[in-house]
Write a protein that binds this ligand. Structure first.
Ligand code: KG4
Ligand code: ZN
Length: 365
């Protein structure tokens, strides 16, 4: 392999078909040469969640064209690719299988080394790609499918210090938006409506704050929002724009409070490692929410930690993060052979207990 490596990344674990090419050095510095993301949002819109069978078929349709486009945008042919990185889990199994099969076929036919990558490692290592954040750092992964705190100690070394025991916050944003008559995706719709709302009008719970540790729960909060909505409907016969705004603001405020307090606790746990440059990074679609970002920034300020949020296109699912994770891990692991299997569950930290939930966007690891 030449000193500078070109890595093709492939991602298909949820509802985005993605392919990317990065070029980088084994010391971890890298640039993104191309990044293609084909969203399936429209295909699933009427079903109120991702339909695994539809997702898998759409990945099969779009994977090869995405890879061809990623190579063309990078202006490289396969013979210039030094390694193929593919998400091997966790995720919706049909999609993960589709990506792994394509990667294996490409690797075998072009004699290129193959690296199966944990999707969560892709998210967790992104702050090194975008901001060169030194190990160890704390990552909060918050999206429609994930919610967990990870201490990243090295490219293959992660400690999970807490996570959701049921829904992911993005999933709860989407469901509550639907319940109160706002558009999908629910996160941006709730954030916009909340700007005109009174967050204290409805008394919504802050689940699990009374319990020690960093585990979280968002399913009860969603049910509480449903009850509050129903009370208004029974009383007034329907929801006004102001009711929607107040419900949105109350819900967003409750999620922010939970994430802030659990981040505070995760940060204290992480600070026990005496990191030279304490840093909390966020990743995932929910990290786009300004109210949530602001409370996390405040928690970092209180504890004199840096706050890093990669650009949104790299916070959400993409294949550049998968290629980058392979580059970062390459010096410490061997490549995979044709026995590489796709896994619906694939915890990053195998020493922590498995999360049992199964969200709208696949298995939680
Ligand atoms: O990371 P992502 O694109 O996909 C996966 O979940 O894999 O995250 C999408 C989720 C959706 O549930 C969406 O409602 C949520 O992120 N989201 C937001 C905002 N923008 C997107 N949630 C809260 N506030 C936002 N501004
Ligand atoms: Zn993801």
């Amino acid at each position: 392999m030449s000193e500078k490596l070109n890595i093709l990344g492939i991602e298909s674990s949820c509802d985005d078909t993605a392919a990317a090419v990065i070029s980088g050095h084994l010391n971890g510095s890298a640039e993104i040469l191309s990044s293609i993301v084909v969203s399936q949002t429209d295909l699933h819109a009427t079903f109120g969640g991702v339909v695994p069978e539809i997702a898998a078929r759409a990945h099969v349709e779009k994977l090869d064209v995405s890879v061809i486009k990623a190579l063309a945008d990078a202006n490289l042919s396969m013979d210039k690719i030094d390694a193929i990185a593919v998400t091997a889990g966790p995720g919706l199994i049909g999609g993960v299988v589709a990506g792994v099969m394509l990667a294996k076929g490409l690797a075998a036919s072009t004699q290129t080394p193959l690296y199966g990558v944990n999707h969560l490692a892709g998210h967790a290592l992104t702050p090194r790609l975008t901001d060169n954040v030194p190990f160890p750092y704390l990552v909060l992964l918050v999206s429609g499918g994930h919610c967990q705190f990870l201490i990243a100690k090295g490219p293959l070394s992660f400690r999970r210090v807490g996570g959701t025991i049921d829904d992911a916050p993005g999933e709860a944003f989407d469901k509550v938006a639907r319940l109160i008559g706002l558009d999908q995706p629910g996160g941006p719709a709730i954030e916009a409506a909340a700007l005109n709302g009174e967050p204290k009008r409805f008394k919504l719970p802050r689940p699990l704050l009374d319990r020690s540790g960093c585990d979280m729960s968002f399913s009860g909060l969603k049910t509480a929002a449903l009850r509050a909505r129903d009370q208004v409907i029974v009383q007034d016969g329907g929801l006004t724009k102001q009711d929607q705004a107040d419900l949105a603001a109350g819900f967003q405020h409750a999620v922010s409070d939970v994430l802030a307090e659990k981040s505070r606790r995760a940060l204290l746990e992480y600070l026990k490692l005496s990191p030279a440059q304490p840093t909390l990074c966020v990743a995932g679609g929910v990290a786009a929410n300004m109210a949530i970002r602001n409370v996390l920034k405040e928690v970092c300020r209180e504890h004199k930690a840096n706050f890093v949020a990669p650009p949104l296109a790299l916070c959400t699912d993409n294949a550049a993060m998968i290629a980058y994770a392979a580059l970062a891990q390459l010096p410490y692991r061997s490549s995979d052979d044709m026995g590489l299997s796709a896994k619906p569950r694939m915890p990053l930290d195998t020493s922590s207990p498995t999360m049992l939930g199964h969200g709208k966007k696949g298995a939680k690891a």
